[in-house]
Design a protein around this ligand. Structure first.
Ligand SMILES: NC(=O)c1ccc[n+]([C@@H]2O[C@H](COP(=O)([O-])OP(=O)(O)OC[C@H]3O[C@@H](n4cnc5c(N)ncnc54)[C@H](OP(=O)(O)O)[C@@H]3O)[C@@H](O)[C@H]2O)c1
Length: 344
C-alpha cells in the first residue's frame, strides 16, 4: 500500500529477536493522521535509512544507546518533506534530515532537524555518502587510522555504505586499498568501480592465505566493521604500529552470546603489545559530532570532482523494511540500503 495523506503506517517492534531477526519481530500498524499541533511540523518521509546498528536497538542488552521499547516505532534516519508547518523556522516544501523512524509521517518540534537543499538532486545521499555512514568512514579512517601514502589499508564489508567510502579515501590519500566482500559481483564492483587495488571474496576465498598474498608488506590499517573470522585472518598480518579503527562487528550482531572456541585473548593482547598496535572503538556522533561540517564540505568536494563513487540499494515501500533489514545482516544488500517510503 502506498503512502496516504490520511493514514500513518508505522513499523513497530513486536518482540525482541533471539538470534537473527524475523518477520515476527515487527508489525505494521495504521493510525489515522492526527491534527498538527501548534509549534510542530508535519514531516512526510521520503527515504528511510536501514543500518546495522538497528539490530542493537532491537535488543535490551546494555549498549551505548537506549533500546527501542517493544510496541514503539523502529528508529532510523530519514529524509522528509515538510508537509505542513506551525513552526516559525520551517515552511511547507522544506527538505529535512531527521530521525523519524520507520513510518510514513512524523511530527517534530524542530529538535534534531537539519535543513537540506530543497532542490537536492539525490536527497537519499544524505543518509549514505553525505550522511552518517560517509561520516563514519571519514573520521574512522582519517582520525584513528591516520593513513599515509604507501601504506596498506584493509577494509571489510568493502562494498557497503561505510567500507566503500573508507577504501576510496584511502586511495585519495595514496594508500593501497584491499577490500573484503561477500561474492564475486561485490568484489568486481569494489575493484572495477571503486578503484580498490584488490578485493577478496570471503564467501569463497581462503581469506588468510590470499590476504597474505595481496598484502606482501603486511597491513598498516585494518578498518574493522565485521569481526569474527575476518579479524582472525588480519591479526597476524598487522604491522608494527598498525592502527585498527574498530567501527563495527556486523558478523556478531545476531549472536546470542560469546562464541565457543579456543581462547584467543592471549594471542590478541600479545600481538597488540609486541607490535604496539592501536585499536580504538568509536561511535560516530558521540565522538565526532562537532566535525560533521568539516566532513560534509570535504566529501561534497570529492563528489563534485568525481573522486568518490557510491552505490545505493534502494528498496521501494515501507512495508518491505523488515525483510530488507533482515537481509542487511545476511549481506543481501549491495551498497547503501535505503527504503524509498514515498515518491517526492
Ligand atoms: N561506529 C559507528 O559509529 C558506526 C557507524 C556506522 C556504521 N557502523 C558499522 O559499520 C559496519 C558497516 O555498516 P554499513 O552501514 O556500511 O553496512 P553495509 O556494509 O552497507 O552492510 C552490511 C554488510 O556487512 C556484511 N556482513 C553482514 N553479515 C556478515 C557476516 N556475518 N559476515 C561477514 N560480513 C557480513 C555484508 O557485506 P558482505 O556481503 O560484503 O560480507 C553486508 O552487506 C557495521 O558493523 C556497522 O555497525 C558503525
Amino acid at each position: 500500500m502506498p503512502q496516504s495523506s490520511t493514514v500513518n503506517r508505522r513499523i513497530i517492534l513486536n518482540s525482541r529477536p533471539i538470534g537473527a531477526p524475523t518477520d515476527e519481530n515487527f508489525y505494521l500498524e495504521e493510525l489515522a493522521m492526527p491534527v498538527l499541533p501548534a509549534g510542530q511540523v508535519l514531516l512526510r518521509i521520503l527515504f528511510l535509512s536501514l543500518d546495522p546498528y538497528m539490530r542493537g536497538r532491537m535488543s535490551d542488552a546494555p549498549s551505548y544507546a537506549a533500546p527501542v521499547a517493544v510496541g514503539d516505532v523502529m528508529v532510523g534516519g530519514t529524509v522528509s518533506r515538510v508537509e505542513g508547518s506551525r513552526h516559525p523556522d520551517y515552511q511547507q516544501g522544506d527538505l529535512v534530515l531527521s530521525n523519524s523512524g520507520w513510518q510514513d509521517y512524523a511530527f517534530s518540534d524542530g529538535t534534531g532537524l537539519t535543513k537540506l537543499d530543497p532542490n537536492m538532486a539525490r536527497p537519499s545521499l544524505s543518509l549514505g555518502l553525505l550522511g552518517m555512514p560517509g561520516f563514519t568512514a571519514y573520521m574512522g579512517l582519517l582520525d584513528i587510522g591516520r593513513p599515509t601514502a604507501g601504506e596498506t589499508v584493509v577494509v571489510a564489508a568493502a562494498s557497503g555504505a561505510v567500507g566503500s567510502v573508507v577504501g576510496q579515501i584511502a586511495k585519495i590519500k595514496g594508500c593501497r586499498a584491499i577490500g573484503i566482500a561477500g561474492g564475486a559481483a561485490k568484489c568486481r564492483f569494489v575493484t572495477e568501480e571503486l578503484g580498490f587495488d584488490a578485493c577478496l571474496d570471503h564467501l569463497s576465498a581462503d581469506v588468510p592465505r590470499q590476504l597474505a598474498m595481496v598484502c606482501p608488506k603486511g597491513i598498516d590499517i585494518y578498518f574493522e566493521s565485521v569481526g569474527g573470522a575476518i579479524f582472525d585472518a588480519v591479526l597476524p598480518l598487522l604491522n608494527v604500529r598498525a592502527r585498527v579503527p574498530l567501527c563495527g562487528l556486523v558478523a556478531t550482531y545476531n549472536h546470542t552470546g560469546l562464541q565457543q572456541g579456543p581462547d584467543r585473548l592471549g594471542l590478541l593482547t600479545r600481538t597488540l603489545l609486541t607490535k604496539r598496535i592501536t585499536m580504538q572503538g568509536f561511535i560516530i556522533f558521540d565522538d565526532y559530532g562537532d566535525r560533521y561540517g568539516e566532513f560534509l564540505d570535504q566529501m561534497s568536494i570529492w563528489l563534485k570532482e568525481d573522486k568518490i563513487k557510491f552505490r545505493e540499494d534502494i528498496v521501494d515501500g515501507l512495508e518491505n523494511a523488515p525483510q530488507a533489514f533482515i537481509g542487511l545482516l545476511e549481506g543481501k544488500n549491495f551498497g547503501k540500503l535505503v527504503i524509498r517510503v514515498a515518491n517526492d
